[in-house]
Design a protein around this ligand. Sequence first.
Ligand code: ATP
Length: 438
Amino acid sequence: MTTLGRPLDDMQKLVSLSKRRGFVFQSSEIYGGINACWDYGPLGVELKLNVKKAWWDSMTRRPDIEGLDAAILMHPLVWKASGHVDGFTDPLVDCKKCRNRFRADQVSSKTCPNCAGELTEPRNFNLMFKTFMGPVEEDASVVYLRPETAQGIYVNFQNVQTSARRKIPFGIAQIGKAFRNEITPGNFIFRTREFEQMEMQFFVKPGSDEEWMEKWKSWRHQWYLDHGFNKDNLRFHQHGPGELAHYAKSAFDIQFKFPIGWLELEGIHNRTNFDLGRHQEYSKKNLEYFEESSKEKYIPFIIETSAGCDRSLLASLCNAYVEEGEGDDLRTVLRFHPKLAPIKIAFLPLSKKEELSGPTMRLQEEFIQDMKTQYDDASSIGKRYRRQDEIGTPLCVTMDFDSLNDKKVTIRHRDTMAQDRVDMTQLKDYVAQKLKNF
Ligand code: ATP
């Protein structure tokens, strides 16, 4: 992939492109929007599905990983056992003057960053959304919207292990919504209150955990590289003793260089036997694993890889965004890896006349079973190429009047803008080859 061009320097450019071209819209926009909630438009939903499919396949096609789809609402004791009821809190300060709220660890002085008013002492604020199950709104019917998908995996550890007849080591992968009442959401879809996670929990024998941690660090890093992420935009950050979560023996973040700085994309955690141990204690069910070969019983250790789907999508947009040229010659390109590109090929007849539009549509029909395509006959061919560049379509197929005689079409490549003339009978093979060997 070529790397020429200017990278994204201002998130605002991406916010407006996302709205203009239908990647991401503000939620409930016609009502003035709702803070930190976003909707995915026609291209955004394709991109998101492609991110999820790429992740899902990379996990569940492995012979040692099973998939799961657990409910969002879970028994309230799950969150007691996990430590979320007591410990999933952020320290919060209020401004006595303008009433704004801040995370205590994000303000550096005792005065409000907004109006310089006096701040209250920090109070702990639980980030879980609460609701009620059933018709009566009382303490006994409180349930939580899950703040992470991981717990659905832990409580199903034995179900999966026995039904899939798994031996340790093995993993369980899940994609799903999570909710956190974040105090300081923002930066577009970077931190939202409703988001999707792609989590994989790998169950290992105690003592082998550090070795598996290293393997998963390397595999997850490689996954981003395999999907077009520039290696200079990725790095590891190791959690120091002060940052480590209560359950973790060691933790690394994969960080991405967003235009707003290096920030967490994914967490890779050695969660020890904390989670299964706690669920054993609270559920009073024996969650030990019996290892046939050694006749040993133990509670497995867990290596977790926890990625944000929305954040991966945002990073894939930032990573792909390039500007070339200036003024009227400005070309904005999203250089997505073809696997992630929402549209793989655009079919463009040089003229709107039936003579060309009919055969172009028929050619497009040959592809719609295999991939997402688009047909566009509005405005000049140059403008149409620019539109496809801006939404990251790797290939454009143009049919002109010569095509009717020589049965060839022009293929135009997004990144190099090079054009090839290809025989229509060979188009399928040509496209398959190009999208594969990108
Ligand atoms: P942070 O410190 O940024 O709040 P975290 O360390 O609490 O994040 P984890 O609990 O490890 O995050 O969650 C795993 C992944 O889920 C994160 O790496 C991120 O990609 C995603 N994620 C977490 N919180 C949010 C959020 N509010 N909005 C979008 N994605 C999120």
